[in-house]
Design a protein. Structure first.
Length: 241
């Protein structure tokens, strides 16, 4: 486990983006696993800027997003489909056919879970999985209690996660209660993991995840078992490490 402590948010964005860019430049047909949330936004801005400067080329990159809400149309402003296009995909040259985001069509969810797993395997597996961390230690939408051997599945979001996500919606009632997410096993099978966190509200959960017991009560604690884990954090998030 390699922890990189950055002095501020700018340093955090540049450090994370440099790692992703280096991996793409050494393997142009890399398979990336990507998160949503506020955590990767500075990374996505920096990657868009590096692309504009000609320092990275996404034309052969394949992406798999970690998760998607159930109960929101893809065209909805708060869907992760929309989030990814707004924050990253429309700014870079990734091919539309190489972008994978779990399909949340309510009629085919069970099949989508199986097909998402198969597609990842057929792509050769995820080379670099970028992750954020929820306040309760969730990764993707794998809430506390999710088995470590889980694959892509449908999950009921915890009250804490629904409350945390309410800031993005007009009313709390509009926040989706379910999601489709890569499982913990799916994430752990990635060849490399880059865990990102910034801000003081992530300090406590990072401490629990990285220095406490490995337990399904804190899903991110499983990451300590991964042989190739890098953590990029700012000073505030790393203040208790
Ligand atoms: C959501 C996402 C996670 C993300 C988490 C943290 O629940 N499904 O992948 O890591 O939020 O969000 P934020 O980065 O906004 O703190």
């Amino acid at each position: 486990m390699n922890i990189i402590k950055c002095k501020d948010i700018d340093d955090y964005a540049k450090t994370a983006a440099q790692i992703v860019t280096d991996r793409i430049n050494s393997k142009p047909d890399i398979v990336l696993g990507l998160p949503t949330g506020s955590t990767p936004v500075p990374l996505y801005k920096e990657l868009s800027s590096l692309y504009n400067q000609g320092k990275v080329d996404f034309s052969r990159v394949t992406t798999y997003n970690l998760d998607e809400y159930i109960g929101l149309d893809r065209s909805s402003e708060q869907s992760y489909y929309n989030f990814m296009h707004t924050n990253l995909f429309k700014h870079i040259n990734v091919k539309a056919e190489n972008i994978n985001i779990p399909n949340n069509d309510p009629n085919g969810l069970e099949m989508e879970c199986l097909e998402y797993e198969t597609a990842i395997k057929e792509s050769g597996g995820i080379d670099l999985q970028v992750l954020g961390i929820g306040h309760n230690g969730h990764i993707g939408f794998n809430e506390p209690g999710t088995p470590f051997d889980s694959t892509t599945h449908i999950i009921e979001l915890s009250e804490e996660t629904i409350a945390a996500n309410a800031r993005f919606f007009d009313t709390p009632a509009m926040v989706p209660k379910k999601a489709i997410s890569m499982g913990i096993r799916t994430i752990m099978l990635s060849k490399e993991i880059l865990l990102l966190a910034y801000g003081k509200d992530k300090a406590e959960i990072l401490k629990r995840a990285l220095t406490g017991d490995i337990t399904t009560d804190v899903p991110a604690s499983v990451l300590k078992l991964h042989p190739n884990l890098t953590i990029v954090v700012d000073e505030e998030a790393s203040s208790l490490l």
